[in-house]
Ligand binder design. Structure first.
Ligand SMILES: Nc1ncnc2c1ncn2[C@@H]1O[C@H](COP(=O)(O)OP(=O)(O)OP(=O)(O)O)[C@@H](O)[C@H]1O
Length: 410
């Protein structure tokens, strides 16, 4: 009898086995993913239809239906409801963004269809990011699975006057300048400020940091040059920042290449940021009389800083109308409220809003108005455990100093 010889190539078998397993996993994952996605879309469509039906936002008429067989019997002719008008609503879910276009007519339900944001947010468990009125329809853009759009500190990006803070949230400081941050103790305000400082140091930005409580931000004085916590120093820093801005406004007009409407970046100048933590506490410390000139300077920077590239990042535990007077708050285009806040706190940050605010225990979570008047849920960039801001910021600063020296030597 012939002996069958098995000539097994073990590495080849192992390789084929691994490839098969990988292919199976990929197929199962994509099947699962698309099924879940399709299921989500079906549920959303059903919810929207239910909203229109249960609110009675359609028109109908009663029609008599004749049962051909039993029309002579009592009950043979029945009355049925025939829908004569149903609102046109188009829904898409793409990349975590839900777009809902609602056709607007001048009919009976025009008002209701123009204000669906609250119902959509709570009904579909998502956050409105844009609402735009277009010709004959209104478009609601909602973020589905907001926490899924949270990025880590390493995923932050900065370029062309635009700082990425979440997958769909950017601070476009060149066009929508000045940031206001409010957050109760432990809400994640300091971590957020440190993330922004760290990211700004990747550019040619010049930073001035003020921390009247001599707390976490003041610790940066060991690695950064312009960090202050003493009252007098802080006041003179604000004055100096404002004067520099006014001087640059003048100087820019005399620069070759100056063009009306263009900003500092067009002329190759660097942006300046005044990072001011515990603003309200500082103003309270100064008292009514001494706080007025400081507020005037800040107001001036907030009003005139955009073109010359002088920006303020103002943080406080609770926004106080007393220190954000005369429309000063409205000059802060990007506003973030972190952690637990009172209804009054939210209305001071965002103005009177028809929105329900919820508190969740997640650190660095809150609400944002990125400058478009729409308030949505917000998560600050995630910082890994054990991350050493002081070391990382110090490293960046040393690199910047090194690059500066090289440039001078050239
Ligand atoms: N983005 C984040 N990523 C990871 N952890 C965070 C983040 N934000 C906050 N935390 C956690 O929450 C804690 C409190 O945050 P943080 O110090 O920023 O709060 P705060 O609002 O500045 O409070 P306080 O005003 O008392 O300083 C941090 O020590 C950190 O453990």
């Amino acid at each position: 009898m012939d002996q069958i010889k098995w000539n097994i190539n073990f590495p080849f078998v192992l390789f084929s086995f691994c490839v098969t397993v990988l292919v199976c996993v990929a197929v199962a994952w994509s099947y699962h993913y698309f099924r879940i996605d399709q299921w989500k879309q079906r549920v959303h469509r059903q919810e929207i239809a239910r909203m229109l039906l249960q609110n009675g936002w359609y028109e109908s008429e009663a029609v008599q239906s004749q049962d051909s067989f039993f029309k002579d019997l009592p009950g043979g002719s029945k009355s049925k409801e025939k829908i004569t008008y149903f609102p046109k609503v188009y829904y898409t879910l793409d990349n975590g963004i839900i777009r809902i276009n609602v056709r607007i007519t001048m009919g009976k339900y025009q008002d209701q269809l123009l204000h669906l944001e609250k119902k959509l947010e709570t009904g579909l468990f998502c956050e409105l990011i844009v609402k735009e009125l277009k010709e004959s329809y209104v478009e609601y853009e909602l973020l589905y699975d907001t926490i899924g759009s949270r990025i880590s500190i390493e995923e932050m990006e900065i370029s062309n006057g635009c700082l990425k803070l979440m997958d769909n949230v950017y601070w476009e400081y060149d066009t929508l300048p000045h940031m206001l941050i409010a957050g109760a103790t432990g809400g994640g305000k300091t971590y957020f400020l440190l993330c922004i400082i760290w990211m700004l140091l990747h550019t040619n930005a010049v930073l001035t940091i003020l921390d009247p409580k001599n707390a976490d931000l003041a610790d940066l004085e060991t690695v950064l040059p312009d960090v202050h916590h003493r009252k007098e120093e802080m006041i003179s820093c604000i004055e100096h920042f404002c004067d520099e801005m006014l001087e640059r406004n003048e100087a820019m007009k005399r620069m070759p290449g100056y063009k009306t409407g263009e900003n500092y970046a067009y002329l190759g100048l660097e942006p300046h940021f005044l990072v001011f933590d515990e603003y309200v506490a500082f103003m309270n410390l100064l008292g009514n009389k001494a706080s007025m000139p400081v507020m005037e300077k800040l107001n001036q920077i907030a009003m005139l800083g955009r073109q010359s590239g002088y920006f303020i990042i103002l943080a406080c535990q609770r926004p106080d109308a007393k220190y954000l007077q005369d429309g000063m708050r409205d000059q802060f285009n990007f506003r973030v409220a972190l952690g637990r806040m009172s209804e009054l706190g939210y209305s001071m940050m965002f103005g009177e809003q028809d929105k329900d605010f919820f508190f969740k225990r997640t650190k660095g979570r809150g609400y944002v108005d990125a400058g478009n008047g729409v308030i949505s849920e917000f998560y600050t960039p995630l910082v890994p455990k054990g991350y050493d801001f002081l070391r990382e910021i110090g490293k960046l600063q040393r690199q910047r100093v090194g690059q500066h020296k090289e440039r001078i030597e050239e």
